[in-house]
Design a protein. Structure first.
Length: 722
């Protein structure tokens, strides 16, 4: 059978197994997408399940599209019957059909992105006269999201005594949720929670989807959170035909609720499940795989597996030791240029991965100086640009007039004489009457305001009504062009001079191109479908490697991608691993993130550390990352460039001030004091590397990383300097 061709023995066994629950541990580069593709084709071609009764869930639209295209190669047009999508898109599809079974919502609900959520929260805080006491709306929303990801409702949340931030969250959370419902809007977390609420409150809906989805496949299962686990468990509870694929060594999203225990304890939840392991890697050289395996083996909470490849050993990993973060960036640029000259590579062969977005500033400066083109993944997304966001806000109002956040955005854009004072009067009236802002506009005569403001609001309502009427007569694509003309958006930007206005006009044209492509690729294309598509797009979905440029991205963004050459920079304690907490759980996740970075590379890896880094305006000495010392020495080639790559005059001033958590004195080589980076011996724990020093002399407390047992804090007099 074609569905079994081209598979290795382990892949073939995993594809052929169809007797209930199945767990496939798929190591990095081991062909998990191939296995999912072949398994779907096998199910259909063997007549085991009809295509319309298969549900395949991924984590990005890009992965879903790739899976659909591959399956189409096996089963042709039948692939269009399979339900393939992300958790959020599958849930949005269910809610569009069923959400009206819940109070207050309609099927035309809006999906709020981070910007919309922040605007809504600010309005809630203002209307309720709350004091956030210096805590940012972003942090409060992040905490609310975390609570939702653990299925904690506003009523269930119990702040810890004395933790003021949590008491503020407790006050804001129910008001924020109430405001979402009033606006007929959901955030990304609600997309996952509301189907669960539907299943609980209306059991016949759950039964309907259990019958519909008779075989369920889940990709990247290690990244599932509690709602996602419950969603799959609800749907598969009766038939137990669920196949989950993932790699616990690549679980890196605990900060947004992902629970690695979902995959590690899957066989406990489904005792009858069969476990398969895919360990043959088809991406990387053996040296890269050995390094990655040695590193991640230091984690205790993991399923045992070892990647291997029949590829050659390949190049050693290159360790860049730089004097400063400027020198580090310059070394990266120099190595890119050397690789291009010696190995005939092109710019798009390279990816520079970092732990935090803040690291891009120096990298960008050095790359520009060396005329190296680059593309930052995770910058301002196309759909978040002001002119695009404005048009999408108009779209949203025509679909969901209750969307107050979108209405406030466009009420006076383009400028039509509706000032903040006028908007506040309508806001106050809406709050008083318990109605939406759009409904308040219809009560124009009930408010006493100037004739200028009255005429401006009437003019706005007339334009809205005219466009709404045209929507009934025109197809979606043609209607969007009418909107832009009727609202005068082109003329508004044409009247402005300068490059920025020209760029905004170009972006509007690009939006129309995007709408045209959407209409050509989707049957029965409509406004709601387009808004949903835009709402669920991620950074990776819009990234493509056609542009010949070096890719810059965080390690989290790199997951699922691959490049011939990868640079992992910023390998210093406190930066990577990030200085969050010293718990074993946190360190293990940081190590998994390093493992993800290593396994993005096909041919070569560069690992860079810097002796000094500019942090919070001061140059600090930071010890090298503990992860560097977890790679066997025989796999690494050292490229040391301590000073002078970048002119000293270009580098920030070095501070001699103590920082408390890191050593910030001058590290003299002949000093008898033990300093970070020093190699020491202990009678019990063996050889280790000093990570941090507190105090001085023989009573100094040393934080030491031992390969035998991990990090320990030991008084200096009990170790020997090697």
């Amino acid at each position: 059978m074609d569905a079994l061709k081209g598979l290795n023995a382990q892949q073939k066994s995993a594809v052929e197994y169809i007797d209930g629950a199945q767990l496939i541990f798929a190591g990095a580069g081991s062909g998990k997408t191939k296995v999912l593709t072949h398994k779907i084709a096998y199910l259909i071609k063997s007549g085991i399940v009809a295509p319309q009764n298969i549900l395949a869930v991924t984590f990005t639209n890009k992965a879903a599209q790739e899976l659909r295209e591959r399956v189409e190669g096996f089963v042709g047009k039948q692939s269009g019957l399979i339900h393939i999508g992300t958790f959020h898109s599958i849930c949005a599809r269910i809610l569009r059909r069923e959400i009206e079974h819940l109070d207050t919502y309609t099927r035309y609900f809006s999906i709020y992105d981070e910007t919309d959520q922040k605007q809504l929260l600010k309005k809630v805080v203002y209307d309720s006269n709350l004091d956030l006491e210096g805590f940012s709306p972003k942090n409060i929303l992040s905490r609310i999201s975390y609570l939702k990801n653990w299925l904690t409702s506003p009523d269930d949340f119990k702040p810890r005594p004395g933790v003021r931030f949590e008491f503020i969250v407790k006050g804001v959370f129910p008001l924020y949720q109430k405001a979402l419902k009033r606006s007929n809007a959901v955030d990304f977390d609600d997309l996952l929670l509301l189907p669960l609420q539907l299943f609980q409150e209306v059991p016949e809906i759950l039964e309907k989807y259990r019958l519909k989805y008779q075989y369920i496949l889940v990709d990247e299962y290690q990244d599932t959170n509690k709602p996602q686990f419950d969603l799959i468990d609800n749907l598969a509870k009766n038939h137990r035909n669920v196949c989950v694929v993932g790699d616990d060594d690549q679980s890196i999203y605990s900060w947004r609720g992902a629970n690695v225990e979902n995959i590690l304890k899957f066989d406990a939840h489904y005792p009858e499940c069969k476990v398969f392991k895919l360990e043959q890697n088809y991406r990387s050289t053996n040296n890269i795989l050995k390094a990655a395996s040695e590193v991640v083996a230091n984690n205790i909470n993991r399923a045992k597996k070892t990647l291997w490849s029949d590829k050659p050993a390949g190049d050693q990993l290159v360790r860049i030791e730089a004097g400063s973060d400027y020198d580090e960036a310059a070394c990266i640029a120099a190595n890119i240029q050397q690789e291009i000259i010696k190995k005939k590579r092109v710019f798009k062969d390279f990816a520079i991965l970092y732990r935090t977005n803040a690291q891009t500033r120096i990298l960008e400066e050095i790359l520009r100086r060396n005329n190296i083109p680059y593309n930052i993944i995770g910058g301002v997304k196309f759909y978040e640009r002001k002119e695009i966001k404005d048009i999408l806000a108009y779209f949203s109002i025509f679909s969901n007039p209750r969307d107050d956040v979108s209405l406030r955005r466009i009420l006076n854009f383009p400028p039509r004489g509706i000032g903040d004072r006028t908007v506040k009067e309508f806001d106050d009236y809406a709050n008083q009457k318990g109605i939406t802002l759009f409904e308040a506009l219809a009560h124009l005569d009930a408010l006493e305001m100037s004739s200028r403001a009255t005429n401006a609001v009437r003019g706005f309502l007339d334009v809205i009504e005219k466009i709404r009427s045209s929507r009934k007569k025109l197809g979606f694509e043609e209607w969007t062009r009418v909107i832009i003309d009727e609202l005068g958006l082109r003329s508004f930007y044409k009247e402005q001079s300068g490059e920025e206005a020209l760029q905004r006009l170009a972006n509007i044209d690009e939006l129309l191109n995007d709408i045209s492509e959407y209409c050509n690729s989707v049957d029965n294309a409509d406004l709601e479908g387009y808004l949903e598509k835009v709402s669920l797009i991620t950074n990776i979905d819009v990234w493509e490697d056609k542009k010949n440029a070096v890719s810059l991205m965080t390690l989290h963004s790199a997951k699922g991608l691959e490049f011939p050459v990868v640079f992992i920079c910023g390998l210093n304690q406190g930066l990577f691993p990030l200085d969050r907490d010293n718990s074993d759980k946190a360190v293990e996740e940081e190590r998994r993130l390093f493992y993800v970075g290593l396994t993005r590379a096909k041919e070569k890896v560069f690992l860079s550390t810097a002796q000094r880094r500019n942090r919070a305006g001061e140059m600090q000495y930071l010890p090298e990352s503990m992860f560097l010392n977890e790679i066997p020495r025989e796999l690494i080639e050292v490229n040391s460039m301590r000073e002078g790559v970048v002119s000293v005059s270009r580098q920030p001033r070095v501070s001699r001030k103590s920082t408390g958590t890191v050593f910030s004195g001058t590290p003299f080589k002949n000093s008898k004091e033990i300093i970070p980076g020093a190699s020491v011996s202990h009678k019990i724990f063996g050889i280790g590397k000093v990570i941090n020093v507190t105090g001085s002399g023989e009573r100094a407390k040393l934080q030491i990383y031992f390969r035998s047992c991990g990090a320990k804090t030991i008084v200096a007099k009990f170790v020997t300097l090697n």
